[in-house]
Write a protein that binds this ligand. Sequence first.
Ligand SMILES: [Mg+2]
Length: 320
Amino acid sequence: MRPFADSKDGSVAALGEVALLEKIRLWLGDAMPPAPEGMGDDCAVLSRPAGNLLAADSLLYNRHFDDRTDPARAGAKLLLRNLSDIAAMGGEPRYAVMSAFLPPATSLAWLENFCRGLAACAREFATALAGGDLTESTEGPGFSLAITGNADRPLLRTTGQPGDRLYVTGALGGSLRGHHLNFVPRLPEGRWLAARPDVRACIDLTDGLGKDLHALLRDGLGATLDTASVPLSAAARETARESGRSAFWHACNDGEDYELLFTVDGNADPAAFMRSWRAVFDVSLTCIGKLRTRDPAIQPVTDTAGHPVEDFSGYTHLRT
Ligand SMILES: [Mg+2]
């Protein structure tokens, strides 16, 4: 749906800020607690601990959604991206605040659907919308959402050790065929992982395995990737048929998988680990390699034969 109204009557400019905020309050419904915990005062007054995690993410017109996107899915995606970050830390979400940057021609009907989609997602994942900010802009619409959450033992990126096995949830690649708007943040899986002492490091895959794996490799760490075992989604294979690239390339570089990549102590029994996972989750889990001490003479990420993995860079922002 196009986010702009054809006439002023159907646009946010027809209402003005005060009436528009009332509408947004209505659309968000009980996903926003009553003031002062929700919208209505200068700050939200939180009734329960906000937790020890804080993150933010944004959603921009013609970058993360466009005229073909269902606005309710775009609203949900704004929150889902943040929830995936909370999942990667092994946390549970608590509060979120949204900043909206709206051109005056923004369609009221579009914004209503966007807000209702955001609210439904907030209810589903027990996140209280505690308020936000509204700004008139020349570009957009655009949104930024900040979220808080809590993790008793936050899972970090750079706490892996040489010998750790590398695991990934789900299947990767081809997210533009729909997954980027229809994914489930791995919150229960992240919490389960954080409760296990043999799980050492974790990240959610947003820019692609090819880039995000490097974030686990602090100084002195490398990784051996069993390229044949990387789980390829059906969408990655379909995309490969059209692009002429390999499905593996798409799995490494498309991004927006929102799966978890984590490391497990290499001394832990892999079969027992997999059995414990399958006893709780239907989500597939694949061991795709291991961490090793970095050899300065070779690339940080190599295949099992010791060769650099080709085309393994992922999506890089702000690159022309
Ligand atoms: Mg992340």
